[in-house]
Design a protein around this ligand. Structure first.
Ligand SMILES: *Cc1c(COP(=O)(O)O)cnc(C)c1O
Length: 403
C-alpha cells in the first residue's frame, strides 16, 4: 500500500497522490495524507535520533519516494534560541526564537522548495515558475539550480533588490512585475501551458506545505517532543501555518506528542492584513485596501489562496491575528539586531506581535512562546544606505569627523 495519498481539507475527498494541481473540485485544498500506522512500524524516535540534522531526517513524513531525487542544500535543523533575559522582563514563562534565517537561502523558504523541487525531479519536470515577493523565488532558483531544472521567477518590482539579485545569481530567469504577487501569479497561469511551466506558487503543488511542516516536527523534537503553548508566525500565503498544523496532527497520530495544539498567532503588516480582518469579520474574507500600502515583504499577500483553511486552523487552535505598523516592525528589527539576531521585517514582526500580545494581556504568564525569524535582515538591505556612512582614509580623518 502507498505510504501517502491526497485528502481535501474541505470535503475530505481522498485521491491517489499527485504532486501538482492541489485544488479540489469543491474549491478546497488537497493535502498529503500519510498512512501513519504503516509509517510508525519503522519510524521511531530511536531511529530518528541517529539521523543527520537536516529536515530530511523526517523523510518518512515527506512525500518523496525516490531517495536519489531528494534535492538538498542542507536545510532545516535550525537553532532554537532561548531568550532568558526577556522571559524575566515579559509576563510569559518561556521564550524562544527559531532561527530560520540560517537556512541555505537565508530564509525558511528553503524547506518548502527542497521538497517541491524534489517532487519536480521525481516527476521529470524540466521547467518551473513561481510568483514571489522574493524569498520563494530565491529558494526555487537555488534548488532548481541544484537539480538542473530551469527556474522562472516573477517578482513585484518594489521587492528587496538583493533578493532579486540572488535569483539571478542562482541562474533563474528573473522578471520584475509591475504589480503585486497575484499579478505575478496571473502571468504564470496565462503562460504555463504554452511555456511548459509547472507553477510552484503557494498551495499549487504538494511540496511546499510538506517542507514547511518540518518546522513543526523539528520544533517538537527540539523541545523534547512537546509543542510550545504559542507560536507567533509572520503569515503571507499561509503555507507555514498549514504545515505546522499538519505536523501537530501527524505527531499526535504517531503518539509522539499529546496535549493541546499550540495557539497560532498570525502577524501581518497593517495595510495588508486579510487574516486579521477576516477573523475580525467572523470568518468572512475581507477585501484589502486598493494599492496595498504594506511594505514588500513575504507577508504582503492580499489574497491568500485558501484563507478559509488558515482561519479555521487559527480558530481551532485558540489563536489570533495581529496587524503591526511599519514603525513597530522597524523598531523590532533594531531590538533584535541589538541582541545579535539578524531579523528580516517578517521575523521582527513576530517580536512586535509578542510585545503587543503581552501588552493586551492575550498571552498568559504560564505561556511558552516560540517566534519564527523567517529570514535574514541582510537580504532586505538597500546598498544605497552606505552613502550615509562617513568615509575616511586614515585615523586623522576619523578624529576630524568628530570635531
Ligand atoms: C514567504 C514568507 C513569509 C510568509 O510565509 P507563509 O508560510 O507563506 O505564510 C514570511 N516571512 C518570510 C521571510 C517569507 O519569505
Amino acid at each position: 500500500m502507498n505510504r501517502f495519498r491526497l485528502v481535501c481539507s474541505r470535503c475530505s475527498l481522498t485521491l491517489p497522490f499527485r504532486y501538482n494541481e492541489m485544488k479540489c473540485a469543491c474549491g478546497g485544498t488537497l493535502l498529503v495524507d500519510y498512512d501513519v500506522e504503516q509509517i510508525a512500524r519503522t519510524f521511531t524516535k530511536e531511529a530518528l535520533a541517529a539521523r543527520y540534522p537536516t529536515m530530511w531526517r523526517y523523510k518518512d513524513l515527506l512525500p518523496v519516494n525516490e531517495p536519489d531525487c531528494i534535492v538538498s542544500l542542507g536545510e532545516g535543523w535550525t537553532p532554537l534560541l532561548r531568550m532568558r533575559e526577556w522571559e524575566r522582563k515579559l509576563p510569559i514563562r518561556q521564550l524562544w526564537i527559531k532561527r530560520e534565517e540560517q537556512n541555505p537561502t537565508g530564509s525558511f523558504k528553503s524547506r518548502g522548495f527542497s521538497v517541491a523541487v524534489s517532487l519536480l525531479k521525481e516527476a521529470g519536470v524540466t521547467q518551473a515558475a513561481v510568483p514571489s515577493n522574493g524569498n520563494a523565488a530565491g529558494a526555487l532558483a537555488a534548488y532548481a539550480g541544484r537539480a538542473g531544472i530551469k527556474a522562472y521567477a516573477f517578482i513585484p518590482s518594489d521587492c528587496p533588490p538583493l533578493i532579486v539579485q540572488e535569483c539571478v545569481q542562482y541562474g533563474a530567469r528573473t522578471f520584475l512585475v509591475d504589480g503585486f504577487i497575484h499579478d505575478a501569479a496571473a502571468i504564470i497561469e496565462a503562460g504555463k501551458e504554452e511555456q511548459g511551466w509547472v507553477n510552484v506558487g503557494t498551495l499549487k503543488e504538494a511540496g511546499r506545505v510538506e517542507g514547511k511542516k518540518t518546522m513543526g516536527l523539528e520544533l517538537a523534537e527540539q523541545l523534547g517532543w512537546k509543542f510550545p503553548d504559542v507560536i507567533i508566525y509572520p503569515t503571507g500565503g499561509g503555507s507555514g501555518i498549514i504545515g505546522m498544523w499538519k505536523a501537530y496532527i501527524e505527531l499526535k497520530a504517531l503518539g509522539w506528542i499529546d496535549g493541546p495544539m499550540p495557539r497560532f498567532v498570525c502577524v501581518q503588516e497593517a495595510g495588508c492584513q486579510p487574516i486579521v480582518d477576516s477573523l475580525a469579520a467572523g470568518g468572512q474574507a475581507a477585501a484589502q485596501p486598493a494599492g496595498v500600502p504594506a511594505s514588500p515583504t513575504g507577508m504582503r499577500v492580499p489574497n491568500p489562496p485558501d484563507l478559509e483553511l488558515i482561519l479555521s486552523i487559527v480558530e481551532q487552535s485558540g489563536g489570533t491575528a495581529i496587524a503591526l505598523s511599519r514603525s513597530e516592525i522597524a523598531s523590532a528589527v533594531e531590538t533584535l539586531g541589538a541582541q545579535g539576531i539578524s531579523a528580516s521585517p517578517e521575523g521582527a514582526a513576530t517580536w512586535a506581535g509578542l510585545l503587543a500580545s503581552c501588552e493586551s494581556g492575550w498571552l498568559r504568564p504560564t505561556d511558552s512562546v516560540v517566534l519564527f525569524n523567517t529570514s535574514h535582515a541582510l537580504k532586505y538591505s538597500k546598498l544605497a544606505s552606505l552613502a550615509q556612512l562617513p568615509t575616511i582614509r586614515n585615523y586623522r580623518d576619523f578624529c576630524n569627523y568628530w570635531k
